[in-house]
Design a binder for this molecule. Structure first.
Ligand code: CA
Length: 224
């Protein structure tokens, strides 16, 4: 699950980034409305957390532009608790509205509710390739009837490989889809993570599902 934070107050943005990352989300953050719009057009997000008071293009402007061509969930943040603002936000297509100051657990609870809602609407529930099974809703993985324990990153990586099963993914693609944009892009990390994932889902099983294309990347598929 990938979240974008658009918030000009550095401290608030950092606080949200840290909390949401620790909760298992992939989180990007930008400090202006234009950067936010730019990223939303480049990258798919499950949720945008959008501050209303931004310098230049404000949160309303971002929301309006975004709604012309995107259904991404949007949670507005504002220092103003006026009913008129709330109505304006909902009219422009915001999915939720949170007044500052707020406690992080409240934000997290709302984020989870919003993402669950979009999950039910769009995401296929359980993914299967051969006898490998991944249940994103319950955050569980099985190979045959053996339960596999995965870290948050391993889970995100496996989810990606299974969603795009049969498709070769380059290290750069994997990095950009599983790690956030501020991640120091050492593609070696992808190899290390793939090795760990293989140890859990492939080493003790047949057939092998993760395949390396030397110099290109990785693909997950059942081969005869
Ligand atoms: Ca602000």
């Amino acid at each position: 699950m990938r979240i974008l934070i658009v918030e000009d107050e550095i401290k608030t943005a950092e606080y949200l980034h840290q909390g949401l990352t620790e909760s298992g989300y992939i989180v990007d953050k930008v400090h202006s409305g234009l950067d936010g719009l730019h990223l939303v057009r480049q990258q798919e997000y499950d949720l945008v957390i959008l501050d209303v008071n931004l310098p230049g293009l404000d949160g309303w402007g971002v929301l309006e532009s975004l709604r012309r061509d995107s259904n991404t969930r949007v949670m507005m943040l504002t220092a103003r608790g006026r009913l008129a603002d709330k109505i304006k936000g909902l009219d422009l297509g915001a999915d939720d509205y949170l007044v500052k100051p707020f406690e992080f657990p409240e934000l997290l609870a709302r984020v989870r509710t919003l993402l669950r809602r979009s999950d039910q609407a769009s995401a296929p529930s359980v993914l299967r390739v051969a006898d490998l099974e991944l249940d994103p809703g319950r955050h569980r993985a099985f190979r045959g009837d053996q339960r596999i324990d995965l870290t948050t990153k391993e889970f995100a990586l496996l989810h990606l490989l299974m969603r795009r099963s049969g498709e070769v993914l380059t290290r750069t693609q994997i990095t950009s889809l599983v790690w956030d944009m501020n991640f120091d892009c050492d593609t070696n990390v992808v190899d290390v993570s793939i090795r760990r994932l293989r140890a859990k889902i492939d080493d003790a099983f047949q057939p092998k599902l993760i395949h390396t294309l030397r110099g290109v990347g990785y693909v997950l598929e059942a081969r005869e």
